[in-house]
Design a protein around this ligand. Structure first.
Ligand SMILES: Nc1nc2c(c(=O)[nH]1)N[C@H]1C(S)=C(S)[C@@H](COP(=O)(O)O)O[C@H]1N2
Ligand SMILES: [Mo]
Length: 556
């Protein structure tokens, strides 16, 4: 009903092993243990030795005189819109995560160095195991859209909602300070910290603290938690998210450094998601445990009515709407995937095109930054033509460059090498989530453009591969001519100061540093200058764009 897979698709989307694995390093459990000890452990120690501390909420109980009364309509709307977007971001984010089910704190994404992984697989050392092989299945109950290799559509859902999630947050925070509502959230004295601890000791030792009426006041711990979710988690989510963008990372190298490195940012992005998820669970439980009916009237109607069920029904309505939306989103993901792709192109494609795509990559990495491991991706070419060329170390290879150019050419590797060479040490960002730093040497695309002289109408450059895509058919991708002329955009025949090996794209592979990995075509067969990507393949700008609904502009 909601999906219809061909046999070919089934093999991709339903792998044999669909179990959910979670593995972590012992050190992670040690850290969790220590964290519990210094919170719950210390709370119990204090309780058993000194008894319950003073309950700071006592002073708030009679405070119907508080300066903040109730919840205005804008706050109610922002709250529920935020909830709805957050669910979309978490579920689509999980789907994205499972395309590379490993989390690291080192930028080279070396297998074996994960602090958390969702796969039992040990990467084999003596056979080719690609990042694509490594992707795992996630149930569509957890992920949007779930299954395996649905990172394209999952990113569509994720990014379409990011600008609106941020906008809603900005409106919320602005109105918070334009009214007196900030007073209930923003601590104005450091007294909040001992007070919050005292409330925590109550909860941790199962002595329920006094409950101030949330219409007027939150207890100290509650206030700190809400403050943290809005003013700490949200900005960290945004910064760590931005750190993963190749367009941003290649220009502002300091940004991922805030999190150690690019994989640190990815891990923190995941931990923020986890913190949000835990917050939602605890928050909803507390709402239920401290007077569900009255609390629901607060946050849906903005009234302090302890007996009317209207608020509760509205809350249930919002929940059902959200679940309904996810059923619909699942249907759209499988039956109308181009809608998601086109909407994302309209919203994010345009947004990136006029902003971060304009950034120029800046040299940064040094020789010692080169990653000891570099995930391979893609299917090795199987054509006789390529195999024969490889057998002869590509001595008979000729790169064909044609299309809307004044001077079409065919060049051997030797001839290309005579035209010039640029060397860059850069970070590769795969759409799946892994990264790695490597040195690349080859001919700047600028030199090619100077040689072939594209017509003024040529805005797009197509790179065709000898290899095939995931579902078969020639692998290709396109770039704007503009991006091809940026620093670091080269046709590489060298990787880490050695001739490019077969696995990494011999004889030639592309580097365009403000784009994601899938745009860096390996095993290049020919190049064509065209007016628009619409006339190539299925017209979406590349093999992955055609078959897996990836973005035409891969800045993030
Ligand atoms: N021909 C071809 N090129 C390709 C691919 C592919 O499948 N076929 N995969 C792309 C993807 S998704 C990535 S991440 C990079 C991987 O490059 P690497 O193998 O050097 O890490 O190659 C890109 N180029
Ligand atoms: Mo990739």
């Amino acid at each position: 009903m909601f999906t219809h897979f061909s046999q070919e698709e089934k093999e991709v989307q339903y792998p044999k092993d669909r179990k959910l694995y979670i593995r972590s390093k012992p050190v992670v459990f040690v850290i969790i243990g220590i964290a519990l000890l210094v919170t719950v452990g210390v709370a119990w120690l204090q309780y058993l030795t000194f008894g319950l501390p003073r309950d700071p909420s006592a002073a708030l109980l009679s405070a119907t005189e508080a300066s903040v009364k109730g919840f205005p309509l804008w706050l109610i709307f922002c709250h529920w819109i935020n909830f709805f977007f957050l669910m979309i971001l978490i579920r689509s984010g999980l789907s994205i995560l499972f395309d590379h089910p490993r989390l690291y704190f080192n930028e080279g994404s070396k297998p074996g160095t994960e602090w958390l992984k969702f796969t039992p697989i040990e990467v084999p050392k003596d056979e080719l195991w690609t990042a694509k092989d490594d992707a795992r299945y996630i149930s569509p109950l957890l992920g949007l859209p779930g299954y395996r290799h649905t990172v394209g559509i999952a990113r569509g859902w994720h990014f379409i909602h990011v600008p609106f999630f941020v906008l809603n947050g900005l409106i919320f925070v602005m109105l918070l300070f334009a009214t007196d509502q900030w007073l209930r959230l923003v601590p104005t004295s450091f007294q909040i910290i001992p007070d919050a601890w005292n409330v925590f000791v109550h909860y941790a030792t199962f002595n329920m603290p006094l409950e101030p009426n949330g219409f007027y006041h939150y207890n100290a711990l509650q206030q700190l938690a809400y403050f943290g979710v809005i003013f700490i988690l949200a900005p960290v989510a945004m910064l760590s998210g931005m750190s993963m963008s190749p367009a941003i990372e290649s220009r502002f190298h300091w940004l991922p450094k805030l999190f150690g490195n690019r994989q640190g940012a990815r891990s923190i992005h995941f931990l923020v998601m986890l913190a949000y998820a835990v917050f939602v669970i605890v928050h909803v439980s507390m709402v239920a445990a401290t007077g569900l009916v009255r609390n629901m009237n607060h946050i849906t109607l903005g009234t302090d009515n302890p007996s009317s069920n209207t608020g509760l029904f509205i809350g249930i309505g919002i929940l059902l709407f959200t679940i309904g939306f996810f059923v619909y989103a699942h249907w759209v993901s499988w039956r109308r995937p181009r809608w998601v792709q086109r909407t994302s192109a309209f919203i994010n494609g345009n947004l990136w095109y006029f902003t971060i795509n304009k950034l120029k990559p800046k040299p940064y990495y040094k020789k010692e930054d080169i990653s000891p491991f570099f995930w391979p991706n893609g299917k090795l070419p199987t054509s006789e033509e390529w195999k024969n060329l490889a057998k002869n170390q590509f001595k008979d290879y000729k790169l064909k460059i044609s299309g809307l150019v004044e001077n079409p050419v065919e060049l051997s590797l030797e001839e290309l090498k005579k035209l010039g060479k640029e060397q860059n040490i850069t970070m590769h960002h795969c759409i799946q989530g892994w990264s790695g730093v490597a040195e690349w040497g080859g001919l700047p695309l600028k030199a090619i453009a100077n040689l072939v002289k594209p017509h003024p109408t040529a805005t797009t450059v197509v790179f065709y591969s000898f290899g095939e895509g995931l579902y078969g058919g020639v692998y290709y991708d396109t770039h704007t001519l503009d991006n091809c002329l940026k620093p670091g955009s080269i046709l590489a025949w060298e990787m880490n100061y050695e001739p490019l090996s077969v696995v990494y794209g011999a004889p030639l592979r592309l580097r365009v540093e403000n784009q994601l990995g899938y745009k860096m075509v390996k095993w290049i067969e020919s190049i064509e200058f065209v007016e628009t990507p619409k006339t190539v393949g299925k017209g979406y700008g590349g093999k992955n764009e055609d078959d897996e609904f990836f973005d035409l502009l891969a800045n993030t």
